[in-house]
Write a protein that binds this ligand. Structure first.
Ligand code: SAM
Length: 196
């Protein structure tokens, strides 16, 4: 898949120069995380590591070998309750219930049907009182570097809120980022708590 190759290359470059900063979305989500956390599409694991440092028990999944190795190296070195696994999330089914499930910048890399299946899988595996934290690219995004033609999905502006009717919405925000050649990336980020 194009997105997997794109990020593998990007992560090799970032790891080589020691670029392990939290993204703005990871910064926004971190305060809500506690207990057992599943992170899908963890990338270099900056959020997973920060969550484990504040006491969470984290399982982190990603397709990138470089990313998974970096996360496990940091977990071992720092003695964290954190394990990362190399998984292709285009076919993965969540195997248990969690206090928090996180997917930041992931679901748009699948076709609409798969994005919705994985979204429903996330929603159904959050424990009562637990948190789902998601960020997706939305319509109007014109920066398509990592997106594979015919195998991606830009969500409607507020579509991500749909599955969380009846949940407590703790955060809902829209961001727009300027990219090269007058292109933009648009995101909707939601943190929601399933009622206990
Ligand atoms: C935009 S990055 C986000 C990384 C991290 N969550 C962050 O916020 O910095 C997208 C991530 O999704 C992962 N990814 C894309 N397609 C995937 C797939 N089919 N299976 C597993 N991971 C995938 C990439 O390797 C990458 O780590």
């Amino acid at each position: 898949m194009k997105s997997i190759d794109f990020f593998e290359q990007q992560f090799r470059q970032q790891a080589a120069r020691g670029d392990f900063a939290l993204s703005p979305f990871e910064e926004a989500v971190l305060p809500y995380l506690s207990g057992g956390v599943l992170e899908l599409g963890c990338g270099l694991g900056n959020l997973a590591i920060a969550a484990a440092k504040k006491g969470c028990a984290v399982t982190a999944l990603d397709a990138s070998r470089t990313a998974v190795d970096r996360v496990n190296e940091a977990a071992n070195r720092l003695g964290l309750s954190l394990a990362a696994y190399q998984v292709d999330l285009s076919t993965y089914a969540i195997d248990g219930d969690y206090d928090c499930i996180v997917a930041i910048g992931l679901l748009m890399f699948f076709a609409k049907e798969r994005a919705h299946v994985l979204l429903a899988d996330i929603v159904s595996h959050v424990k009562p009182g637990g948190i789902a934290a998601l960020s997706v690219m939305t319509e109007g995004t014109t920066f398509v570097g990592a997106l594979e033609a015919g195998n991606h999905y830009l969500f409607d502006e507020n579509e991500l809120s749909g599955p969380f009717k009846g949940w407590e919405i703790l955060l809902s925000r829209h961001d727009e980022m300027t990219e090269p050649d007058n292109t933009v990336k648009k995101f909707h980020t939601v943190v929601a708590r399933r009622l206990a």
